[in-house]
Design a protein around this ligand. Structure first.
Ligand code: ADP
Ligand code: MG
Length: 322
């Protein structure tokens, strides 16, 4: 990718994100020069998507561009941070211009929506792999972490987890497309919405926060473990979308909500004394979150349904293999 590499970067990547005044030098030099606001802490995360592993081969290029950024933005949302800059390392098996155009459009739409500038990257030849590093800011010592939950804190989740796992199954033809007549579930997998506004507000209420990427049960368990607590979840309180219920039934929908992946929702804890203020200032109907349980003194995760304990395996088994 010698001569065409330069043209490619100029055409697709120089203007692929938002314009920000804190970018003193962006794409085109050996490195970017960026100005952090005074008093802020720099927040950094990186995530890689590999074709055939993190998305099916042949996924819509716009979705790949969107998801690669969304999964990183979700990590910043979980810290209560505001994103500012992204770097994109792209490995391509070949240069296909219409593919690049759609990929960049998917990336750019989400980047501009969240005021993220693309300030650099790397372009190489090989099996399709997309790595994005995200940089952002949070006011000093206010970031949300996983480890400050306390026994008795209530556990919340945003959105309707499980949709994306079903959407992926449909993309992989493991579930019939007819079960998703409006394409809602597929859209939830292909174009996740990172909960940046919610994360930003939660710094005033939450004791701990994690983004849900590997399944709610497992990720909530990581939060509880990091906080030195156990976890109780009420199966019947796990939120599920109407679309997921009509595709797989209510029981299966809640199982998927607990054990599916790729949700990019936020799971967070709030002390009981703060819950009234949370609900008043961030009405749950408007912000789309609900209480599903609480942190406990005893380690381990307990899921209860109508008074009895139900067993769940956390291991990332394939939900749709027969
Ligand atoms: P170098 O050899 O110094 O690594 P490159 O030729 O790889 O430089 O890149 C030239 C410029 O283009 C650099 O500023 C780099 O950050 C940027 N760049 C390369 N690939 C991408 C990409 N996929 N997205 C955004 N910027 C990129
Ligand atoms: Mg390079």
């Amino acid at each position: 990718m010698s001569l065409s590499e330069f043209a490619l970067i100029e055409r697709y990547f120089r203007k692929a994100g938002a314009m920000r005044s804190d970018v003193q030098l962006g794409v085109g030099d050996d490195a970017a020069l960026l100005q952090s606001p005074p008093g802020a802490q720099l927040v950094a995360a990186v995530d890689t998507l590999v074709a055939g592993v993190h998305f099916p081969h042949g996924s819509p290029p716009a979705s790949i561009g969107h998801r690669a950024l969304a999964v990183n933005l979700s990590d910043l949302a979980a810290m209560g941070a505001r994103p500012a800059w992204a770097l994109l390392a792209l490995t391509l098996p070949e240069i296909v211009e219409p593919w690049l155009e759609e990929f960049t459009a998917g990336f750019a739409a989400l980047a501009r929506a969240h005021d993220v500038a693309l300030v650099g990257g790397d372009t190489t030849s090989g099996p399709l792999t997309v790595t994005i590093q995200i940089l952002g800011h949070v006011a000093k010592s206010t970031a949300l972490v996983r480890s400050r939950g306390r026994p008795g804190d209530l556990l919340f989740v945003s959105g309707t987890p499980g949709d994306a796992a079903a959407g992926l199954a449909i993309e992989q033809s493991k579930m019939p497309a007819s079960s998703d007549p409006d394409g809602y579930l597929r859209k939830r997998f292909l174009y996740p919405s990172p909960r940046l506004a919610l994360g930003d507000c939660l710094r005033s209420y939450a004791t701990a926060c994690i983004d849900v990427s590997d399944g709610l049960l497992g990720d909530a368990g990581k939060l509880a473990h990091a906080s030195g607590c156990g976890l109780e979840i009420a199966f019947a309180d796990v939120p599920v979308s109407e679309e997921l219920v009509s595709a797989v039934g209510e029981q299966r929908a809640r199982e998927l909500a607990l054990t599916g992946g790729d949700d990019y929702e936020l799971c967070f804890t709030v002390p009981p004394s703060e819950v009234a203020r949370l609900r008043h200032n961030l009405p749950p109907e408007r912000w789309g979150y609900c209480c599903i349980g609480s942190l406990s003194e005893t380690s381990g995760t307990v899921v209860t349904n109508k008074g009895s304990v139900i067993e769940f395996s956390h291991s990332g088994y394939d939900h749709f293999s027969s």
